[in-house]
Design a protein around this ligand. Structure first.
Ligand code: ADP
Length: 565
């Protein structure tokens, strides 16, 4: 007699109608269903060819299908996405050998995990299934947390080490080289630090690689394809824009596309073997000092956001340490400059003072020895010399006073309406003695008027410094002084044909204490042009220099005619 297999639906094999819950039979097709019905774990009992003969209520609940739906059907046809080829193989093996198997089963599409057990008994195969999704998810969370903690620990240890390295010296390139070595291999297979170089180039100042041949390979690559500040991407862009660039996976296909027109470069780029990289800016006080780049050539490891955070943290510390190094160097330079200045200043003050003393002594002797009457011309010449030395001394002292005044922020302008051309015409006679002693002819081209609202004494100082430099450095050659104006601006140009200034020195000319010419041949405190620049800046103008060694120099001062509101 055929028996009902379920208590709720018609049995598909027997065609019998549903029975009431109470009428559920304890034994179906030789299976003791009473026990199996109670189990919290899903159970399906199948024939050797996997046809479902029985499923328990837990299985109905777990997979949301009624018994009616399942009985009489091949198990894996019911659950094709869960019971794939591996399961089927196991099932057949258990059906054939009777050796039970237990295994984990991951249903990727649904993110569910199960532990399955297959047993053979009485010619049937029992399929036990327990869902472990919750445990798996918890485990994954814990593993994630653990990994995160481990990573945080590793990162903290690395940063502690890095901080030590960064504090170990104030010499910038040395610090960065050590840092690059520290990053390899902990953080990267290759690490480099680049800074903005001259003429839009990028200058590499530190580099370390896991494989020594990689250093040479990369150097050869960049010698052939130099990095530039105006590059659309990569290190050049990081230096220019000051924003991190993170490429978690460098796609060869994209590279091939980008370098399709240059197969040689593509080959060379692929040979570098870069799989992913992070390039972070070293920023201090809003200025991009450099870029730290971590490169990964490992096929398995990929950089993540956590690595980017670490690189940025490292870059922050490196930038701070670079800044400290720079400040230290600047302080050292300032101390050196002060010491040089003191010795130059004492020498400069002492020279006219010595001649002055000698001349005054001679005059005194002449006055005392009334017998030997000194001819008036000789006396006159001595007095002129005394005047010259006094004026040299007072101009040196004035420069020194100006420096302390300007440095203390006390350059106050007394503006008045005046004509720059008239001022130039007034100034020239004051230089006649210096000009004739230096053998220079001065050509004045100041038709005027060139009026504006400026400070008379300060502009006199500008003329004074530029003309006396032209005389000093253009000895024996003609000098040209031009003044002009248009609706907005007025300008004065001082041109000499003297020693000139090499291009590399021109940027430094206007700095304090900067002296380029040989100290033995030319006296001076290195302050004149600095003072001129401060005055021109205060008048909202600008000063330009054009010069070439041996070909003379042209200094042009441009001033707005009225103060900007
Ligand atoms: P200094 O008192 O030394 O002349 P300045 O500030 O006036 O100081 O000039 C700074 C430096 O610039 C000088 O030491 C000199 O090397 C250079 N310089 C200035 N003017 C000229 C010029 N007309 N020709 C060549 N070199 C110049």
């Amino acid at each position: 007699m055929a028996r009902t297999l379920t208590n709720s639906v018609e049995h598909p094999l027997t065609g019998q109608g549903p029975a009431s819950a109470d009428s559920r039979e304890p034994d179906v097709a030789g299976i003791d269903t009473v026990l199996l019905d109670q189990l919290p774990e899903s159970v399906a009992v199948c024939s050797a060819d996997a046809v479902c003969l029985y499923v328990n209520p837990a299985m109905e609940r777990a997979f949301g299908r009624s018994r009616l739906d399942q009985l009489g059907r091949v198990l894996w046809e019911l659950y094709p996405d869960m019971l794939g080829a591996t399961f089927q193989e196991r099932f057949r093996r258990v059906a054939a050998t009777g050796v039970a198997e237990e295994f984990e089963c991951h249903v990727a599409q649904r993110e569910r995990w199960f532990v399955k057990r297959l047993l053979r008994g009485h010619g049937r195969v029992y399929v036990f299934s327990r869902e472990i999704t919750a445990e798996k998810k918890q485990e994954a969370t814990l593993r994630g947390l653990y990994d995160e903690t481990r990573r945080a620990q590793r990162h903290a240890a690395f940063l502690a080490q890095a901080s030590e390295v960064l504090a170990s010296s104030l010499e910038q390139e040395q610090i960065l080289q050590r840092m690059a070595h520290l990053a390899v291999p902990t953080l990267a297979d290759g690490c480099c630090v680049d800074i903005p170089g001259p003429d839009g180039q990028v200058r590499r100042i530190a580099m370390a690689c896991v494989r020594p041949d990689q250093v040479e390979l990369t150097q050869a690559f960049h010698a052939r394809y130099p990095l530039r500040m105006d590059d659309a991407g990569g290190i050049g862009r990081v230096l220019r824009v000051g924003v991190t660039e993170f490429v978690p996976e460098l796609q060869p296909a994209l590279l091939e596309q980008a370098l399709a027109g240059d197969p040689e470069r593509l080959q060379a780029t692929l040979a570098l073997g870069v799989k992913s990289y992070i390039s972070v800016p070293l920023i201090s006080r809003g200025r991009v000092l450099g870029a730290l780049t971590l490169v990964n050539t490992d096929a398995v490891r990929r950089y993540t956001q956590a690595d980017v955070r670490l690189a940025e943290d490292l870059a922050r510390r490196a930038a701070a340490s670079l800044d400290n190094g720079r400040l230290y160097m600047e302080a050292q330079d300032a101390v050196r400059a002060r010491d040089t200045f003191l010795s130059v200043a004492s020498h400069e003050l002492n020279t006219p003072l010595t001649s002055l003393t000698l001349n005054v002594q001679a005059l005194r002797r002449d006055l005392e020895s009334r017998s030997a009457a000194t001819p008036p011309e000789a006396l006159g010449a001595k007095v002129v010399a005394v005047q010259r030395q006094l004026s040299r001394l007072s101009s040196l002292v004035r420069e020194l006073l100006d420096v302390s005044r300007i440095t203390a922020g006390r350059l106050r302008l007394e503006r008045e309406e005046l004509d720059l051309a008239a001022l130039a015409r007034e100034m020239v006679p004051r230089f006649s003695e210096d000009l004739s002693r230096a053998g220079c002819e001065l050509r004045l081209d100041a038709p005027g008027p060139a009026t504006g609202s400026w400070d008379r004494l300060r502009l006199e100082q500008v003329f004074q410094n530029l003309l006396s430099n032209a005389i000093k450095y253009g000895r024996g050659r003609p000098i040209e002084l031009r003044v002009g104006a248009d609706a907005e601006r007025a300008w004065l140009v001082v041109r000499d044909e003297g020693v000139g200034i090499p291009p590399e020195g021109q940027a430094r000319l206007f700095q304090r204490f900067e002296r380029l010419a040989s100290e033995r041949h030319y006296g001076g405190l290195g302050l004149g042009l600095w003072i001129v620049k401060q005055i021109v800046d205060a008048l909202e103008g600008r000063i330009l220099v054009e010069s070439a060694p041996g070909r003379g120099s042209t200094f042009t001062v441009e001033l707005p005619r009225q103060k900007a509101r």
